[in-house]
Design a protein around this ligand. Structure first.
Ligand code: UDP
Ligand code: MG
Length: 336
């Protein structure tokens, strides 16, 4: 992305005091035909309610990114943007994946505060007033944290738990049970624009900024319409991105493992030689086979891990854009 490549060296100041607060809602949509209308209605309904509670609120926009859907998602977004001035549609040229689609939405958003969430309404929008209050009181980033994952499958819950533990063990600073439901201030967004990396793991990157943050808990709901597009493969890729983007400890671990195995082998060599001098033959077909397979397996895993890092270096050096925008649908008559 151009803005990412250029980068900004100075973060924008916080919104001028007294000026109405503009808010952008950003949702990536991949085959969300069943959710687009419901999402817009839910957000606009919430907005109306919030306006009475939070007097500093000005206008809002809803940025919906069509991540190369094969269903009529884009037609729905485009027609909604014609009917409602708040709706801004971004159509990517193909499916670039959730993180890239989200990034494109964040880069398109113009609000003082930008809230990212899933289009399927699994993220509980009722905590958004609390997020905005945290922003008004000075937090630059507010993370939505899942207090309850009972709507997820047992597999998803277990793998998420193991993964967060693993991240912690590898020294990656992450927010436990936070996906991409979060509020970011303009200052945090400007900071994000300074990062030019291709390997996108937004939740980790944003946590690393060091700005004032807070968390708001919510219960993740079940998906009511449409289907999850997050396949196991996509989850693994995202997980690997999270690790490789922030930690080189897996490489170091293999160094230590190699050292340990070599030390043991040296001991065993000395033992074998001494035994040979003493005329004792060590029978060893089983131990030989086991150690060949064991060391072979460890080596291949090590090469695989090395490959994950090298592959990412390769991708980074090409500096290709994260996504390409095919079309933007925005009602220019919108009063901002
Ligand atoms: N999504 C996307 N591109 C993709 C996959 C998903 O933009 O390639 C969007 C999807 O429309 C939804 C959000 O990312 O708004 C989360 O996806 P999903 O609900 O499938 O994931 P889950 O909630 O099952 O983890
Ligand atoms: Mg979902």
């Amino acid at each position: 992305m151009k803005a990412m490549a250029t980068g900004l060296s100075v973060c924008a100041p916080r919104r001028q005091a007294g000026k109405p607060l503009t808010v952008s809602f950003v949702a990536p949509c991949y085959n969300e035909e069943a959710n687009v209308e419901a999402f817009i209605d839910a957000i606009l309904g919430l907005w109306d309610r919030m306006k009475t509670d939070i007097p500093s609120l000005g206008s809002c926009e809803i940025v919906l990114v069509d991540d190369g859907s094969s269903d009529p998602t884009w037609d729905l977004i485009r027609s909604a943007s014609r009917r409602r001035p708040e709706v801004v549609g971004v159509r990517l040229s193909r499916n670039f994946g959730h993180q890239a689609a989200l990034l494109s939405g964040l880069m398109t958003a113009r609000g003082d505060a930008v809230i990212s969430l899933d289009a399927d309404l699994q993220d509980d929008i009722e905590i958004i007033p609390a997020m905005l209050r945290a922003y008004v009181s000075g937090d630059e980033i507010v993370f939505g944290v899942r207090s309850d994952r009972s709507s997820d499958t047992v597999f998803k819950r277990m793998s998420a738990h193991v993964y967060y533990r693993l991240l912690g063990a590898l020294g990656v600073d992450s927010v436990y049970n936070h996906a991409d439901f979060r509020l970011m201030s303009r200052k945090a967004l400007d900071a994000l624009m300074q990062y030019g990396e291709r390997n996108l793991y937004l939740r980790g990157l944003i946590k690393s900024f060091g700005f004032r943050t807070s968390t708001v808990e919510y219960e993740r709901k079940r998906r009511e319409r449409g289907q999850s597009a997050y396949t196991l493969h996509k989850m693994i890729v995202l997980g690997l991105n999270g690790i490789t983007a922030f930690s080189v400890r897996p490489l170091r671990l293999f160094f230590y493992l190699g050292m340990t195995i070599s030390t043991f082998s040296l001991g065993y060599i000395i033992y074998s030689v001494v035994m040979a001098f003493m005329g004792v033959t060590i029978s060893g077909w089983a131990s030989l086979i086991v150690s060949i397979y064991l060391i072979g397996g460890i080596q291949i895993i090590g090469i695989g891990i090395l490959g994950e890092y090298i592959g990412r270096i390769y991708i980074e050096t090409k500096g290709r854009p994260h996504y390409l925008v095919e079309e933007i649908a925005r009602n220019e008559e919108m009063d901002r």
